[in-house]
Write a protein of this length. Structure first.
Length: 275
């Protein structure tokens, strides 16, 4: 695949760090203008400034997607700054704290569901309304294997990702005939800040998420024998956003290194919670 996105505008949520940052940078490398949406003002603005310093078109849009009004406003601001939206990547997600469903409070539940599911809906709704007069566009939702392989303690996260599975299909059906394709990427175990945070300091020494400690690759519960990198997901995003994927809509494409088929214990969670 030799995708180019010259003349296209992308909006990536949760783009200030990790997978989202890599996706936004990869789309920018391939010629797309990028709206970086995130609630982390310092990191989001820094990424936009770095991309502009490299001669690229990029704008930072601050927003807390757990609030529907801010989700809608993020799209409006991106349109005002960049003129159109051709590619929407719904990456923003909150894990919440590790909490049993027996102890879960309403505020904790709503924060995760609001960001991951409700926020994604309202961003997608607003973007789709803008895409239709343009003749179409692409919406890509980042899903997770935890909707099928739940991890104890992360109930709202797992539920929200299961809801996104359904939302992806619903949007594909309802937007059929408008020129908008909607697909999802079922993301497996990928090296990220949240993974680094639970590692011993000697294993989390590098800030480069493409440099994975060998012990994690060696113990990865995947068929390919290693943990995923953010760039692995970014490349799938660019495929789905490209004309090479013109016949795909309503598809949930697994990018998990065969994790769902491996039947191997997850090395990153306590034994009693392993699936």
């Amino acid at each position: 695949m030799s995708a180019t996105f010259e003349g296209r505008v992308s909006l990536v949520t949760g783009a200030s760090r990790g997978i989202g940052k890599t996706i936004a940078t990869h789309l920018s490398d391939l010629g797309a203008a990028v709206a970086i949406v995130d609630r982390d003002v310092d990191r989001g603005d820094a990424l936009a400034r770095r991309l502009r310093a490299d001669g690229r078109r990029a704008e930072f849009v601050p927003a807390d997607l757990s609030k529907p009004a801010e989700a809608r406003r993020a799209v409006e601001d991106a349109l005002s700054l960049l003129g159109r939206i051709d590619i929407l990547v719904n990456n923003a997600a909150s894990h919440g704290r590790l909490t049993s469903v027996l102890d879960m409070g309403l505020d904790e539940w709503n924060e995760v569901i609001g960001t991951n599911l409700t926020g994604t809906f309202f961003v997608s709704q607003a973007a789709a309304r803008a895409m239709i007069p343009q003749g179409g566009g692409v919406i890509i939702n980042l899903l997770a294997i935890q909707s099928q392989l739940p991890i104890s303690g992360y109930g709202p996260y797992c539920v929200s990702k299961g809801g996104l599975d359904a939302l992806t299909r619903v949007l594909a059906v309802e937007l059929a005939g408008t020129g908008i394709r909607v697909n999802g990427i079922v993301v497996g175990s990928v090296y990220s800040e949240s993974v680094r945070a639970v590692l011993p300091p000697e294993l989390a020494a590098s800030d480069d998420l493409e440099v994975v400690p060998s012990v994690l690759d060696e113990s990865a519960a995947t068929l390919v024998g290693r943990m995923g990198r953010p760039s692995d997901i970014a490349r799938v995003v660019t495929f789905l956003a490209s004309d090479d994927a013109a016949y795909l809509t309503g598809t949930l494409l697994a990018a998990d290194g065969g994790r769902q088929l491996s039947r191997r214990p997850d090395p990153l969670i306590p034994r009693k919670d392993r699936r």
